[in-house]
Design a protein around this ligand. Structure first.
Ligand code: PRP
Length: 187
């Protein structure tokens, strides 16, 4: 991982150091895609992503899986702080049933794990043939619930991160790298 500052022409004021450069992300996404392609050979996965952050990762990952994948999207919102009790609401459900499908949930980041724990419960009840998780960034120091993660890109430290789908108040999702945020931007 590089501690180099974000390139000046691309880095907005609030963005600090690049934690994972774009080239490293691309390389890892390619590796994950080829592992998934091997594992899902003969049973192309239904890729399911939670809006909005997972969209960037999904868009790259699906092009590195040379199988006849399908995809679908969900959006959820937590009432205040999510809790293990599941104070979560589905604001956009999947368009299609997943019964009998090989489902792979694609997430940009897992933090406490509460979002994914809730989501996996909802999806499991719909009786997919299989249900696995692929996450790009695992902030495992913050985990409150243990989760099965079949594919993981990078472990990341417990810092506020932006880029490659991750936002600060809705911005910076389109940065091609993952970076920290300057202290003053978080106030
Ligand atoms: C992020 C991420 C996960 C969730 C993980 O979404 O995409 O869905 O947080 O956090 P957890 O493990 O603590 O539950 P976020 O709520 O930032 O929304 P976004 O995808 O619209 O950015």
């Amino acid at each position: 991982m590089s501690g180099a500052p974000a390139s000046p022409e691309r880095a907005p004021d609030s963005v600090g150091n690049v934690l994972i450069p774009a080239t490293q992300i691309q390389e890892r996404v390619r590796e994950l895609g080829s592992r998934i392609a091997q594992d899902y050979s003969g049973r192309p996965p239904r890729l399911i992503t939670v809006l909005r952050g997972g969209l960037i990762f999904l868009a790259d990952l699906c092009r590195d899986i040379p199988l006849d994948c399908t995809m679908d999207f969900m959006a959820i919102s937590a009432y205040g702080q999510p809790t293990a009790g599941g104070a979560v609401r589905i604001t956009k459900d999947l368009d299609d049933p997943i019964a009998g499908q090989s489902v792979l949930v694609v997430e940009d980041i897992i933090d406490t794990g509460l979002t994914l724990h809730y989501l996996l419960g909802v999806l499991r009840a719909r009786q997919p043939a299989s249900l696995e998780v692929c996450v790009l960034l695992d902030k495992d120091a913050r985990r409150l619930i243990d989760l099965p993660i079949a594919y993981r890109g990078f472990r990341v430290p417990d810092e506020f991160l932006v880029g490659y789908g991750l936002d600060l108040r809705g911005r910076y999702r389109n940065l091609p790298y993952v970076a920290t945020v300057k202290e003053e931007a978080l106030r």
